[in-house]
Design a protein around this ligand. Structure first.
Ligand code: CTP
Ligand code: MG
Length: 230
């Protein structure tokens, strides 16, 4: 199968509260390079996207555009994000043009690999919806709500930790947003497609595709760069 036309949406409109830095998270330096520049460079190097849409905080939109120009990142469209991640992705979808597939990738994951992106797109071409997820190496316990008591131990061989990117047939994701877009409990797009009872495939991802959430993650990211592990 020929590589399909894919638009990328990179939600970057979060507040970065848990990082607690003075600068907005996408503009925070990771070993000297702004986080969003690293993430976008990884995407651009991996696939020829028809368009890359970046929903971001309107008060930093101009600065993001300027920084992108300085780092010679082309083909980007910055749009205002929304109150929740889902709102931001919806704004991105509205600007994504007519590509038959859409890839959603958090700005907070700078180390996504080209082989992972290509495998994911290929998988979505077959099944309509695919996400990158890491096989759990931990033993996972489910507790009873409101208590520290364990209800059960989950079967580890069936546990995968969801990451991004997530790739969908654009029509399928639009259908999910029409049906469920106003509901805020979804923390990723796959969750919405699952709620429609449509199949979502898992492509196994790697442990280096970390999400920068806290200062500790930021230091881990810099250690991975320093150790040439990414
Ligand atoms: N995001 C977004 N719009 C929002 C909220 C989140 O585009 N209203 C994006 C973030 O920019 C990030 C991704 O969704 O790329 C995942 O969110 P998270 O890692 O939680 O980042 P923040 O929301 O920025 O961090 P925090 O929750 O600590 O404030
Ligand atoms: Mg958040």
């Amino acid at each position: 199968m020929k590589p399909p036309k894919v638009a990328a949406i990179v939600p970057a409109a979060g507040k970065g509260e848990r990082l607690g830095s003075r600068r907005p998270k996408p503009l925070v330096g990771v070993a000297g390079v702004p986080l969003f520049v690293r993430t976008l460079k990884s995407l651009i190097a991996a696939y020829r996207f028809s368009l890359i849409v970046v929903p971001c905080d309107p008060s930093f939109l101009e600065e993001m555009e300027k920084t992108a120009r300085k780092h010679r990142l082309g083909g980007l469209v910055f749009v205002p994000g929304g109150k929740t991640r889902a709102d931001s992705v919806r704004n991105g979808l509205m600007a994504a043009g007519g590509a038959p597939y859409v890839l959603i990738h958090d700005v907070a994951r700078p180390f996504i690999r080209p082989d992972e992106i290509r495998a994911l797109i290929k998988s979505a071409q077959h099944g309509g919806a695919s996400i990158l997820a890491q096989k759990s190496s931990a033993t996972v316990k489910e507790i009873r709500p409101g208590s520290g008591a364990i209800r059960r131990t989950l079967d580890r061989s069936l546990i995968y930790l969801a990451q991004t990117p997530q790739v969908f047939r654009t029509e399928l994701l639009l259908e999910a947003y029409r049906a469920l877009g106003g509901i805020s409990r979804f923390t990723d797009e796959a969750g919405m497609v699952e709620a429609l009872r449509r199949p979502v495939r898992v492509v196994e991802g790697s442990s280096t595709n970390i999400k920068i959430t806290t200062q500790e993650d930021l230091r881990l990211a810099e250690a991975l760069i320093e150790g040439e592990l990414v």
